[in-house]
Design a protein around this ligand. Sequence first.
Ligand SMILES: [Zn+2]
Length: 240
Amino acid sequence: MKSTGFGERLVQLTRYPNVFPVNAYLVREDDGFTLVDTGLTGGEEAYIAAARGGEIRRIALTHAHGDHTGSLDALHDALPEAEVLVPAREASFLRGDLELTPEEQQVGGLKGWWKAAKTEPTRVLSPGDRVGSLEVVAAPGHTPGQVAYFDARDRTLIAGDAFQTRAGIAVSGVIRPLFPFPALATWSLSSALESARRLRALSPSRLAVGHGPVLEDPLEAMDHAIEAAERKTESRQRAA
Ligand SMILES: [Zn+2]
């Protein structure tokens, strides 16, 4: 597991950094750490070791795709006292219920690889809630209930798969040919575009995503990614 620190509080933990990078993040708090996302299965020991010198107090998910929920059950077994925080809409996916509700965009249905967990959330999250110092921000599109986490202390944004930075920055749903997987796993591009604008409006100083490197001063790059997603949405609408 590759571990990279950013500033005082953020550690990026990357499995398979060269082939198929899957990120989770440790966020330092006064009482220990929050772990955002749990990567693929088998990562638990490395995540716990990376938090050496502090306990993982909270485990928070951005969404319930299998490359974000993989080590949740094993982490919960190893750290039974840690809170388990899951976006409300994603909690049913995490239980294995993969039905869309009638109000949700049906086009194409749910996409990507889902991995249910037996671990129950200790608390489900809605936008505006807090997880330690992190503010929960709605970021649907990649999945119907995805959230991002914004650290107002230093304006770090942990965006899940709302953006990718591997093979170039993109809004979720816009294909990067050298790393197309997040786009192929995306439920709704139009909703992802709305979320990308909402996240950009937070003016983050640092962008941390599920797949790809952390970007410092990411606003210009986010703007370019949003423009590319707008062009793609417009060309789809013309074709329809
Ligand atoms: Zn995903």
